[in-house]
Design a protein around this ligand. Structure first.
Ligand SMILES: Cc1cc2nc3c(=O)[nH]c(=O)nc-3n(C[C@H](O)[C@H](O)[C@H](O)COP(=O)(O)OP(=O)(O)OC[C@H]3O[C@@H](n4cnc5c(N)ncnc54)[C@H](O)[C@@H]3O)c2cc1C
Length: 392
């Protein structure tokens, strides 16, 4: 068992870090202040082909694996940046790769790989359903030449910076299916064609994340917009969730590395009571502990990515990695705040921005409570605590 990265993977890390060096702390602070999308950063990553890591080479992508994709996102967040602006293209197009028709793949994947088209948005969450996805009510009614979509979504991120969006909708009402996760379908929506059928209302949040409420009124979709099999949308989304969890865990590992680096530097240079604060065990032990938790989370994330790449079931590993990494990042964030004293609260230090950003991953894309419920039931065989079919 070898836990070391290959020379190529180390090289990939360095190459991504080189791109990120051009987008230093002042860039991210300015965006945060202006609540602006990192357009220039996303363009630089697309031009370097980094966002096409998981698209097979036959469709113009890099054909890399989950380990490489996770290293790319880790490096972005470890540099002080925020991969959330563009991570969705990596996991949303997984649904297209695995379940799309050959026609859909040939039409969209090369365009996505080149960066000419962006698939950055996925609308699953609804105000009334919350974590209980089977309770969504957005409905796609079958018409002679396609579907008519109506409903409401919440927390749909990056719609304004996407050309395409995946939407999960019911095609059969919940009271007419045997299993409540049946009867949902996945649609690929061309946002330019949607026009006024989708009203987008931005939601102000504590992070610069561009998330929105969507009000969908009589959106006409062609039959070709359906991805995969009608009625199997939930399973198709589930299929991509392990990838999503591994990638989010990687961003959290990157965040934790960044917080630790800031803490270590400050603890060495800040002198109080005549010595560096890092000489005090009250400061150095929490840093050491957060470092060890980050290392453990990172290993679990690599194990999850390796299982995923080997085509093995990876629900237990991906969920475990997501919880451990988001908690390690949050612990490192707290430690950085403590280490920096009052300076941690200044905008200039950047800690408070990352602090807010790291908090998100305890909640999204799935809350850690539901991750624990998954592990308790599906890995440990404990009785089911809620009515979902399984989220891993
Ligand atoms: C900034 C941001 C961006 C997002 N982007 C997207 C996006 O692009 N697309 C998208 O579809 N969604 C997105 N989301 C939504 C996100 O996935 C949900 O917020 C998350 O899944 C939780 O759902 P909820 O907010 O409805 O919480 P709820 O389901 O209402 O849960 C509230 C609390 O109760 C707990 N809880 C609920 N049921 C149980 C139970 N049985 N046992 C124990 N605890 C329970 C939860 O863990 C949580 O702590 C985003 C959210 C945010 C904040």
């Amino acid at each position: 068992m070898d836990f070391a990265l290959t020379a190529e993977q180390e090289e990939l890390r360095r190459a991504v870090a080189t791109v990120c060096e051009k987008f230093a702390e002042p860039y991210w602070q300015r965006l945060d202040r202006e609540k602006r999308y990192p357009e220039e950063f996303v363009r630089a990553l697309s031009e370097g082909g980094w966002l096409a890591a998981l698209i097979p080479t036959e469709y113009g992508g890099a054909g890399l694996g989950m380990i490489e994709a996770s290293l790319i996102l880790e490096e972005i967040n470890a540099s002080g940046g925020n991969g959330a602006a563009c991570h969705a293209v990596m996991y949303t197009m997984g649904a297209l790769v695995r379940h799309g028709s050959e026609e859909q793949k040939r039409r969209y994947l090369p365009e996505i790989a080149s960066g000419r088209l962006r698939l950055q948005s996925m609308a699953v969450t609804e105000p009334q359903a919350g974590s209980d996805t089977a309770r969504i009510t957005t409905f796609a009614r079958k018409e002679s030449d396609g579907y008519l979509l109506n409903g409401q979504k919440v927390f749909t991120s990056r719609v304004q910076h996407s050309d395409l969006m995946l939407v999960l909708a019911r095609t059969t009402p919940i009271d007419r299916v045997i299993k409540k996760t049946d009867g949902m379908s996945l649609f690929l929506v061309d946002l330019h064609r949607a026009g006024s059928s989708i009203e987008v209302r931005p939601i102000e949040t504590m992070v610069n994340h561009e998330t929105n409420s969507l009000f969908i009124n009589d959106l006409a979709l062609p039959a070709e917009a359906l991805v995969g099999e009608e009625g199997s949308g939930f399973r198709q989304v589930l299929d991509g969730l392990n990838a999503e969890r591994i990638l989010i865990a990687s961003e959290s590992v990157g965040d934790a590395r960044w917080f630790l680096q800031q803490s270590i530097s400050y603890a060495k240079e800040r002198v109080v009571f005549g010595r560096p604060i890092g000489a005090n065990q009250g400061i150095q032990f929490p840093i050491a502990r957060a470092f060890m938790h980050t290392q453990a989370a990172s290993l679990m994330r690599l194990r999850a990515a390796a299982s995923f790449d080997a085509g093995k079931p990876s629900g237990a590993e991906a969920n475990t990695a997501k919880l451990l990494a988001s908690e390690a990042a949050w612990e490192a964030a707290e430690v950085a705040m403590t280490t920096h004293g009052g300076s941690g609260m200044t905008v200039e230090a950047g800690i408070e921005r990352k602090f807010r950003e790291a908090r998100l991953y305890l909640v999204a894309p799935v809350t850690n409570n539901l991750v624990m419920a998954y592990v308790a039931e599906h890995v440990l065989g404990l009785p089911r605590s809620y009515g979902m079919e399984g989220i891993g």
